[in-house]
Every structure is written in C-alpha cells, then in structure tokens.
Ligand binder design. Structure first.
Ligand SMILES: NC(=O)c1ccc[n+]([C@@H]2O[C@H](COP(=O)([O-])OP(=O)(O)OC[C@H]3O[C@@H](n4cnc5c(N)ncnc54)[C@H](OP(=O)(O)O)[C@@H]3O)[C@@H](O)[C@H]2O)c1
Length: 253
C-alpha cells in the first residue's frame, strides 16, 4: 500500500500543526505530492523540507482560508504547480468553547468563518479539479475529506457554536456526497474525539482549565487520525468510507 497514491496530488489545509501536519506526512508516505496550507509559513516550509528530503514532492502555501481569494488561490496554485488535485483534506479548524451567555462574539465569528465558510471556499474551488481527477489515471477516483469531530455528532453544554459548525460540516458533506459520488468523487467525514494537538491552546485560560479536568485520560495522537485519513483515501475505487468516528478508548462522551 506504500505507493497507493503515486501520481496523485493532495492538498491539506491546517497543515502547520496537529492533525493536518500528520496527515500531510501520511499522504506523502503513500506517494502523494502534497500542498500544505496554513498561515504560519515557517512551519509549512519546515514540513516541505522534511517531505522533500524524504524524496517527496511538496508545496507550502501560506493562506488564511477565511479569505475567499486566498482559499481559492491555494487550490488553484496546487493544481497549477503540482499539476492536478486528487485529494482535498479540509482540516483547518478552531475550537473556542465556553457558555453562550458570556461568550465573546468574536470567538463565534472565528469558528464560523474557518470551520464552515473557509471549508466551503476550499471545497467549492476544489470540486472541478476533483471531478477531473476522478476521470483520470492513476486512480479514476478522487477524495474530499472533511475533518469534523465527535462534536459534529452530539452537542454538549459549553460547546454550542463549535457543535453548530461541525454539524454543518457533516450536513454539507452528506449532501455533497449524494451529488458527486456517482462521478467517483468520494466524500468522507472524519470525527475525532480528543487528540493531542494545539487546538486547546486558543481557549480562554479558565475554559482550558475546566476542559482539562474532563479529559484526564490518554488522548489520541495526531498520527492516529492521519492513519485513518490515509486508510479512507487508499481504498479501492468502488469502496467509499463515508464517515469515521474515532474516540480515545476512555472517552465516554
Ligand atoms: N484536537 C482535537 O481533539 C480534535 C478533535 C476533533 C476534531 N478536531 C479537528 O481537527 C482539525 C485540526 O485541528 P488540530 O486538532 O490539529 O488543531 P491545531 O493543531 O490547532 O491545527 C489547526 C490548524 O488550522 C490552521 N488554521 C487556523 N486558522 C487558519 C486560517 N484562518 N487559515 C488557514 N489555516 C488555519 C492552523 O494553522 P495556522 O495557525 O498556521 O494558520 C493549524 O495548522 C480541526 O478542524 C479540529 O476542529 C480536533
């Protein structure tokens, strides 16, 4: 399976840390050329150097995907500079928790702008390329993977707007799947439970403290979610994994 993605091109958003960074490594290990997208260009450059020194092809694209022009430009530059686009992993996201009543409204705006609107910009720009790749060798199938969350399956107090954004990702993914699957563009949602990444660094300190007490168990590693994404996109052409919910064993809810 090591070369299952040879001759393909993938784009991973939010690849400067966490799940996105691990996913870029995972797809490159399967032979894909990988465009990595985020705002922290130094991190992307270091990742590209690493992937290239391992013999891969990679491209660092600095973009704030909440800006429509930047999201579209990242997709178009990937297709131009790497030649095509077979796999989009819509991973960039932010989780800003806390009760609704006293929440800074800017936190809600940031989550909707990135988790929903940014994801939609990238998906919309990528669809023509994915449809084309799905008609072409080497795989005659293409993949759009949206990173949702357990929070996209069940809502909890203190997480309402994050829940709303991830439920939106799930709803959009299922509707889009029905539209494009007969063209061999597979749409998948990945729903991780708690993973050790930088995601909680952006929480207000008092919220982070409250959250810590509820997650006092061994959390998943980003590589374990990257493995799941690699599994989804390396299936045979007639096999579409539409949804994967992956919790740490000890995570109850
Ligand atoms: N960690 C978990 O427990 C967990 C659980 C379920 C789901 N998820 C989901 O997994 C995804 C990845 O998160 P993570 O856990 O790996 O957290 P992370 O380490 O904080 O990664 C988030 C990524 O998003 C990028 N990003 C943020 N704002 C952006 C923007 N405006 N434009 C482009 N890129 C932007 C960040 O890069 P820059 O700051 O450099 O732009 C970073 O690369 C998210 O969608 C998250 O909701 C995570």
């Amino acid at each position: 399976m090591a070369n299952a993605l040879e001759g393909t091109v993938a784009l991973v958003t939010g690849a400067s840390s966490g799940i996105g960074e691990a996913t870029a490594r995972g797809l490159a290990a399967h032979g894909a050329a990988v465009a990595v997208v985020a705002r922290r260009k130094d991190r992307l450059d270091a990742l590209v150097s690493e992937l290239e020194s391992d013999g891969g092809r990679a491209l660092a694209l600095e973009a704030d995907i909440t800006e429509r022009e930047q999201a579209v430009a990242a997709v178009e530059r990937t297709a131009e500079e790497l030649g095509r686009l077979d796999i989009l992993v819509n991973n960039a996201g932010v989780m800003l928790l806390g009760p609704a009543a006293d929440a800074p409204i800017e936190e809600w705006e940031r989550m909707v702008a990135l988790n929903v609107t940014g994801l939609l910009y990238a998906a919309h720009a990528a669809l023509p390329h994915l449809t084309r790749a799905a008609q072409d060798d080497p795989r005659r199938v293409a993949d759009l993977v949206n990173v949702s969350s357990v929070a996209g399956r069940r809502a909890t107090a203190g997480s309402g707007v994050y829940n709303a954004t991830k439920h939106a990702v799930n709803a959009f993914s299922e509707a889009l799947r029905q539209e494009v699957t007969t063209q061999h563009v597979r749409v998948a949602v990945i729903e991780p439970g708690a993973v050790v990444t930088e995601l909680t660094d952006h929480l207000r300190p008092e919220i982070r403290e409250q959250l810590r007490s509820g997650f006092d168990f061994e959390r998943l590693r980003a590589e374990e979610i990257a493995d799941a994404i690699a599994y989804v996109v390396t299936r045979a052409r007639h096999v579409a994994i539409n949804e994967l919910l992956i919790r740490p064993t000890e995570q109850v809810r």
